[in-house]
Write a protein that binds this ligand. Structure first.
Ligand code: G3I
Length: 301
């Protein structure tokens, strides 16, 4: 393959990018997107604050633009994200207890229903585990509605869109550690009890190194009977950026249930990590050495 998406497709996988609706009028940006990628994730447009700014009033303008663009170009869409402790609208931040629980589940149902049939995989719940050594859930307003809020969200998403793969997504879970083991135990429990879960997303916001057990961690989740995906990849620019991008690509290719990779932006200038130049294209839209490392790894797989 001569493009990321084309080369990934030859291995049965996708190669995606997080995109912003307001950049779809930037011809350089869209040119790279349409040439290189066969999947997209809305960077912000499907989050709770964007889609339900007022309780019960849903707004899908930016998200619909992205989904339309994806459909017109044969790209898969990863939905991101139905429930998260961050980027909640103010009204939700001010709720608690049963009022928050029912608002959250209604949000899942409404948004998943709006996009029914158009989403390859939903990040149903994002970042619900605590950092550090506890392996426990993160404290949040959603967690305080009861420990079963995550399974309630997955059941509501399945009922609304039975065709979408349902993922749990988190960061600092890219190697075997207390946090990823907390997620692992939840997924194992969900599979044992029949709670609908199909995939786990590993964000992979990496610095100048990566866990030595990165592939082994993907594999242990795959062995639970879920797909795994690399969902928000970006790697701080340093002397080894291209090498690390190649290593991450090879790790996914070595795990048969690793179904695809998404980078968290297109050009360095599009990244949330200002000044770190963590992506595959420079601010002028030129392919970086990291791009070549990914393409070569995909073509070798
Ligand atoms: O939309 C408003 C705009 O109206 C306002 O004028 C402007 C002023 O600051 O802010 C705009 O909102 C910003 C939004 O991005 C859209 O551009 C927010 O301030 C800004 O905080 C928000 O940042 C996003 C961040 O999530 C929020 O937590 C980043 O773009 C996005 O890349 C980042 O993505 C997250 C994933 O969803 C989850 N995993 C981590 C990842 C990186 O933080």
């Amino acid at each position: 393959g001569t493009t990321l998406g084309g080369a990934a497709a030859e291995t049965g996988r996708y190669y995606g990018a997080a995109i912003a609706a307001y950049k779809l009028s930037d011809s350089q940006y869209v040119g790279i997107l349409d040439r290189e990628f066969n999947a997209v994730t809305p960077e912000n447009e499907m989050k709770w604050d964007a889609t339900e700014p007022t309780q019960g009033q849903f707004r899908y303008t930016g998200a619909d633009q992205i989904v339309s663009h994806a459909q017109a170009h044969g790209m898969r869409v990863r939905g991101h994200t139905l429930l998260w402790h961050a980027q909640q609208p103010g009204w939700a931040q001010n709720l608690s207890g049963t009022a928050l629980r029912s608002a959250a589940i209604n949000h899942v149902t409404q948004v998943a229903t709006h996009f029914k049939g158009k989403i390859y995989a939903w990040d149903v719940v994002n970042e619900a585990f605590a950092d550090g050594s506890s392996g426990a859930r993160r404290d949040s307003n959603l967690q305080r509605t009861g420990n079963d809020w995550i399974e309630a969200a997955f059941r509501a998403a399945r009922a609304a869109d039975p065709g979408a793969k349902l993922c749990y997504n988190d960061y600092n879970t890219d190697g075997v550690n207390a946090k990823s083991t907390g997620v692992y135990n939840m997924v194992r429990d969900f599979k044992a009890r029949g709670v609908p879960i199909d995939c786990v997303g590993f964000q992979s916001h990496l610095g100048t190194g990566m866990p030595g057990d990165y592939q082994a961690n993907l594999q242990r989740f795959a062995d639970l009977g879920v797909d795994v995906q690399i969902t928000e990849l970006d790697i701080e620019q340093g002397s080894n950026q291209a090498t690390l991008y190649g290593n991450v690509t090879r790790a996914c290719l070595a795990v048969s249930r690793c179904t695809g990779i998404t980078v968290w932006g297109i050009r360095d200038s599009d990244s949330w990590r200002t000044g770190q130049n963590p992506l595959l294209f420079d601010g002028g839209g030129n392919r970086k050495p990291a791009y070549t490392a990914v393409l070569n790894a995909l073509n070798a797989g």
